[in-house]
Design a protein around this ligand. Structure first.
Ligand code: 4AD
Ligand code: MG
Length: 454
């Protein structure tokens, strides 16, 4: 007999004479002649209650079926007098693995900081089980969205020789000993500098300029030394790129994408979304509902700076034209001023990467950021510079090595087309749809400055 998932068992339509489940003990209560076991197998938030009469095979090990122990239970599925519809009247138990008192998750209500220190066990808690089931569902929703629109998923390289964002925040990839005296790129694995990708965009563009609409979805690495609740050194990014598309089209796809992902969360009936609404963020449902029901505001960077200057609000960093937006500015715009998602576009060229298209005004580029309440920047994107001369001028202006980007310039040399795309930070999305406030808690094993455990 195969084991059933607790999720299937609890959703049964009718009683059943023979079921087999297996999971980890959450709690056990004993009375004189029988015991109750709450088993969780991770298939859903709920536990299944197992009632075991003294004397059934396996009952001799009941004292060792403590919190954290793994147990298999076979029996009849019967209506439960308790809160749940069903419980299992066991006919046989088997202790698979005991869990001594040193098990760190004995009690409920551990702090997130403590749980990060046991990241290998935290998926067994209600909160982290719900987070990582949701993460998997949201990833599927990403693919659903693009597949339904005919986008091709492209696997861009993780090791690369380019710096897409030009910010120099790269992890080096080398086989050389950093302490060796005679180290040189000549002797290194690739014979030249290489790094972990900060974005699959440039390689993604080459495929968009061949296949039309593509997207990437994979890990991304940034050695930003910012220890915030919204930055990780390793995170996942989704980067669609669309040929024959301008900035307005880019914004439309970004808005539809965010709506689709939020709707997916609202449609979740597994119990996980319910759990986040109850125990993580009481305002979550209302916030997500407003996102799917109201159009995203479009606001130029120049207007946004103007709004902030006229707001009379004290910012730590006084807003002025030409500044890079800080999180306090983004949050003011989306949370206070507009009270919903807002797309800020046409940023000063000085604060943006080389690949963005220069506007007629000669001062701004066709950049756009999607800002959402509680998070700030969820998406960054742009229409790309498709004019060869302008692109080469940007590369020179930013002091980049032209020969490293010759292949990228070829797209403009041979059959150039207007094209646009964006990047959505998958963990920022996870924070947004779950209400979890620290990026470290939506990543299985978060990597941040001075932290690379596990
Ligand atoms: O705005 P960014 O830097 O844009 C790009 O990388 C472009 N190449 C995207 C494109 O046009 N194809 O990053 C995109 C998004 C941000 O809006 C943010 O959500 C997320 O990636 N992000 C991070 N998430 C977690 N930790 C970090 N350190 C992040 N840096 C960016
Ligand atoms: Mg950005």
């Amino acid at each position: 007999m195969n084991r059933s998932f607790v999720k299937q068992v609890l959703a049964a339509e009718s009683p059943c004479d023979s079921v087999l489940v297996a999971g980890w003990v959450r709690t056990r209560r004993d009375s004189k002649s029988f015991s109750f076991l709450e088993l969780n197998d991770g298939s859903c938030l709920a536990n299944v209650q197992v009632v075991a009469d003294a004397g059934i095979p396996g009952y001799e090990s009941i004292a060792r079926m403590t919190t954290g122990a793994s147990v298999m239970a076979e029996g009849r599925l019967v209506p439960s007098p308790g809160r749940q519809k069903w419980e299992i009247q066991a006919t046989r138990l088997q202790l698979l693995g005991a869990s001594p008192e040193s098990y760190p998750l004995q009690k409920k209500g551990h702090s997130p900081e403590f749980l990060r220190s046991v990241a290998h066990l935290r998926p067994r808690t209600n909160l982290f089980g719900a987070i990582f089931r949701t993460r998997s569902r949201m990833a599927a929703a990403v693919h659903d969205f693009f597949r339904a629109r005919g986008f091709v998923w492209v696997h861009t390289p993780i090791i690369t020789a380019s710096d897409c964002e030009g910010a120099g925040e790269m992890f080096r990839v080398t086989t050389l000993d950093p302490l060796a005296q005679n180290a040189s790129y000549e002797r290194d694995f690739f014979g030249k500098p290489a790094n972990l990708t900060v974005s699959g965009q440039l390689e993604g563009e080459t495929f968009a300029c061949a296949l039309g609409n593509i997207y990437t979805f994979g890990p991304t690495f940034r050695a930003e030394n910012s220890n915030t609740s919204r930055h990780a050194a390793e995170f996942w990014m989704i980067e669609p790129e669309m040929a024959f598309c301008d900035l307005a089209g880019d914004m439309e796809v970004a808005e539809a994408f965010v709506r689709h992902l939020v709707q997916t969360m609202l449609d979740d009936d597994s119990g996980d979304f319910e759990f986040f609404c109850k125990f993580v963020d009481k305002g979550l449902r209302a916030r997500l509902e407003s996102v799917v029901n109201t159009p995203f505001v479009r606001c130029s960077y120049t207007e946004a700076v103007d709004i902030m200057q006229r707001s009379g609000r004290k910012f730590e960093y006084a807003p002025h034209w030409g500044m890079d937006m800080q999180s306090e500015h983004e949050r003011f715009l989306t949370e206070q001023h507009f009270g919903g998602p807002v797309i800020v576009y046409d940023y000063p060229k000085e604060i943006k990467p080389f690949y963005m298209r220069l506007n007629e005004d000669g001062k701004t580029v066709t950049a756009m950021d999607v800002l959402v309440p509680g998070i700030g920047e969820l998406i960054g994107g742009s229409q790309r510079e498709e004019r060869l001369e302008q692109l080469e001028a940007n590369i020179a202006r930013q002091g980049m090595k032209a020969e490293n980007y010759a292949w990228y310039c070829d797209l403009r040399r041979f059959g150039t087309v207007p094209h646009a795309g964006f990047g959505l930070g998958f963990e920022r999305l996870m924070m947004f749809v779950t209400g979890v406030s620290n990026i470290r808690d939506v990543l299985p094993y978060p990597r941040t400055p001075r932290n690379c455990e596990f």
